[in-house]
Design a protein around this ligand. Structure first.
Ligand SMILES: [Zn+2]
Length: 149
């Protein structure tokens, strides 16, 4: 799979892809030369439109997400929510419940039996932390699927 990069015009899109478990770097790209080979750049800036660029017309992240899945349908098979750190784009590692005691709010500790941790920033995640944000993203992806069938 090609490396995905979002520039600062579509930072929110990168975050949503991470919520869905699809790695996407955030990087400021000022010219075509700065796009690494074998990478795809998401941007709203026409100035850097190229064969490696996916130009997003909409400023709404739901529509951007829909467009990305239309352009790169293979990404749908990679959806794995609750697998990436939203901050670092790193793969989360499972961590035992005992280890997160005191590191998450008490009601979270009581509610969930399964936690993950980012190896880079140490942030703790639990299933609900992604699910809440995901609902509308998922809805828009399902709408794409329905339209194709
Ligand atoms: Zn992290």
């Amino acid at each position: 799979m090609k490396k995905l990069i979002a520039d600062k015009t579509v930072g929110k899109l990168a975050k949503w892809l991470r919520i869905l478990g699809i790695p996407c770097e955030m990087q400021e790209i000022k010219s075509l030369k700065e796009i690494p080979k074998e990478a795809i750049l998401f941007t709203r800036s026409r100035r850097i439109a190229s064969s490696q660029t996916i130009l997003l017309e909409s400023d709404k992240v739901e529509e951007q997400l829909k467009f990305v899945f239309e352009k790169l349908p293979e990404l749908k098979g990679q959806i794995k929510p609750f697998s990436l750190c939203l901050r670092c784009n790193q793969k989360l590692e499972p961590v035992s419940k005992e280890e997160v005691f005191g590191l998450v709010p008490d009601y979270i500790y009581e509610t969930f039996g399964y936690f993950k941790r980012c190896p880079l920033c140490g942030r703790i995640y639990w299933p609900g932390s992604h699910q809440k944000r995901m609902s509308s993203a998922l809805k828009s992806i399902l709408a794409v699927k329905e339209a194709q069938e």
